[in-house]
Structure formats: structure tokens, C-alpha cells
Design a protein around this ligand. Structure first.
Ligand code: XIL
Length: 315
């Protein structure tokens, strides 16, 4: 095998990329890499609530359908991202001052509609995204947590399971890769949900890392979740570098990609690794982390970086 996809297929695992709709529509260099290197796709934004239902009751499925159709045409799986999140909510929902019972109905309808539409075509859903604060308690600045309490998580998983019984259902978060207060909080919740028979199948470790800082406890931490019988996946891997990136940093980044992917694939029930983008040209990093960039396996001209080789060695 000489592509990421080839290595992942040979190993029976997934190598995914987050896909931006703009270049998917009109940039052949982008789609060429996507088709050749990846066997799983995640919509970077197109399946978020603000994209799907910008006005209440009026849905725009165009970009999400484009991704799902394209994946089918190229023999790729789809990870659905994401159903319950405090961020990227449409303003009608964020500012609607709904009661708890109204929000419960609205959330159930969103999950029924979205999971139902892609039933059988999405192999895993990030049902719940970023539900924790750094200290391991439930996130306070979330509409869902604030109005519905922690019970909304079990409800969301049950509704998603009813809408597509074959999709693997995930809780996804960042800064949970290490054994720390936040991953401890999630671990406790996961155990409780499983004990209650809630259909939780996996944990998604976003893995937005800084160069040289893949946590040393990552593999052991993923293993404790897999020991609960859960799948684990790296869902949003990138490794940001203070700009301009030196060649030493690009080499360290390569080692980090290898380590991060090995940390997942070396654990039982690792379902695969997804990188949060393809090329540095469209990465979310420079717009979010001031002074950082160069976080992905391909540079802005679609040349494979050392990180590409590191990632391929980790697969
Ligand atoms: C990011 C996208 O990459 C950006 O394009 C968008 O403006 C904001 O969201 N954690 C997540 C992802 O779960 O959905 C986020 O994606 C990155 C952090």
C-alpha cells in the first residue's frame, strides 16, 4: 500500500478527513487527495445545526447530501458530526427563549430528522460534542445542560439509536486525550450510561494537539475507555505549530502524527483516526489559534509534509 487509505484498508481500520464544502465543490486538487487517501469523511461544518436548519422548520441538506453522496461514490464511510453541541446553533434556537419541554421536543425532532435522513449511510455519529468543562463537570455554558440537565445526553443517545440502530453512537470531546480531570469526568459518565443500558458505543478524542505535546498518558487513557467495552476513535486530529514552522518542528509534527495514531490503533476497539482537514490551505487553526498553523499532513500547495509520512507509519 502506498496511500493512507491503502494502509488503513490493509489494517481494517478507518483513516478519515474533515471535509470543507467549498473546495469539495470546486477544487480538483482537493478532491483528488480526498478520494485517494481517505476511506472515511466527516463534514467539517455541513451537518451542524446552524447549517442544516438556518430558519426554524426550513432545512438545507445540500452540502450534507453532497458529502454523503460523494462518500458513497468513492467507497468511503461517513462520520456524522454533530447532533448535540452548545456551539454553531442557529440563532432562532439560541435566542428563542424556549422552555425545557420545548427544547426537549426540538432536540428530539432534530435527532430524528437528521439521523433518520442518513440512516444506513453514516457509520458513526458524534451524538454529543464537548459536553464537559475542563474540571470534569458538565459544561455550564451549554443551552442543553442549562435547560435540560445531564439527562439530555442519555435521551439524545436513545433517540439517535431509535433513528438508526446500526450507527455507532459517540460522545466526542477535546482535552480528554490525557488522563486528567476532564477525561475522569467523562469516564464516570460513560460508566453510568453503560450501567443504565444507554446506547453509547464509543468515545471520540478530538486530538487538537500542539507540536511536541501529545500527552504521554494518551494510550493508557484510551485503553481505560476501551476496557469498558467502548470503541475509541481519534476524531479531529491536527498538530499546530507556531508560525513560521521550522523544519525541526515539521519533523516533530511527523513524530506526533505517528504517535497519536499509534496511541489509538494500539488499543483494542480503536475504530480509526480522522484528521481535521486535508491541507493547511483550509485548516481552522490559523483563524482560531492566533500565530499557529501548518497543522495538517498536506501543505497549502498539496505537497505531502513529513506529517503525512508520520501518519502513514502510524497506520
Ligand atoms: C470547527 C471548524 O473546523 C470551523 O470551520 C468552524 O468555523 C468552527 O468549528 N471541535 C469540533 C469541530 O468539534 O466541530 C470544530 O470545527 C473544531 C473543534
Amino acid at each position: 500500500a502506498t496511500t493512507l487509505r491503502g494502509y488503513a484498508d490493509a489494517r481494517g481500520t478507518k483513516i478519515g478527513a474533515a471535509v470543507a464544502d467549498g473546495p469539495l465543490r470546486n477544487e480538483s486538487a482537493y478532491t483528488t487527495v480526498l478520494d485517494r487517501e481517505f476511506n472515511s469523511l466527516t463534514a467539517e461544518n455541513a451537518m451542524k445545526w446552524d447549517a442544516l436548519e438556518p430558519n426554524r422548520g426550513s432545512y438545507d441538506w445540500a452540502a450534507a447530501d453532497r458529502l454523503v453522496d460523494r462518500a458513497a461514490a468513492h467507497n468511503q464511510g461517513v462520520r456524522g458530526h454533530t447532533l448535540v453541541w452548545h456551539s454553531q446553533l442557529p440563532s432562532w434556537l439560541k435566542n428563542g427563549n424556549f422552555s425545557a419541554s420545548e427544547l426537549n421536543t426540538i432536540l428530539k425532532k432534530h435527532i430524528d430528522t437528521t439521523v433518520g435522513r442518513y440512516k444506513g449511510r453514516v457509520y458513526a455519529w458524534d451524538v454529543v460534542n464537548e459536553a464537559f468543562d475542563e474540571n470534569g463537570t458538565m459544561r455550564r455554558n451549554s443551552l442543553w445542560q442549562e435547560k435540560l440537565g445531564t439527562g439530555h445526553i442519555a435521551n439524545a443517545l436513545r433517540w439517535a439509536h431509535a433513528a438508526d440502530p446500526s450507527a455507532k453512537l459517540y460522545i466526542n470531546d477535546y482535552n480528554i486525550e490525557a488522563d486528567n480531570a476532564k477525561s475522569d469526568g467523562l469516564y464516570d459518565l460513560a460508566r453510568q450510561l453503560l450501567a443504565q443500558g444507554v446506547p453509547l458505543d464509543g468515545i471520540g478524542f478530538q486530538s487538537h494537539f500542539v507540536v511536541g505535546q501529545v500527552p504521554s498518558s494518551m494510550k493508557a487513557n484510551l485503553k481505560r475507555f476501551s476496557d469498558l467495552g467502548l470503541e475509541v476513535s481519534v476524531t479531529e486530529l491536527d498538530v499546530r505549530i507556531p508560525l513560521p514552522a521550522s523544519s525541526a518542528e515539521l519533523d516533530q509534527q511527523s513524530a506526533d502524527y505517528k504517535t497519536a495514531s499509534e496511541n489509538c490503533l494500539g488499543v483494542p476497539r480503536c475504530a480509526g483516526v480522522t484528521v481535521w482537514g486535508v491541507t493547511d490551505k483550509y485548516s481552522w487553526i490559523p483563524g482560531t489559534f492566533n500565530g499557529y498553523g501548518a497543522a495538517l499532513p498536506y501543505n497549502g500547495s498539496y505537497a505531502a509534509k513529513p506529517a503525512y509520512t508520520g501518519l502513514s507509519k502510524g497506520l
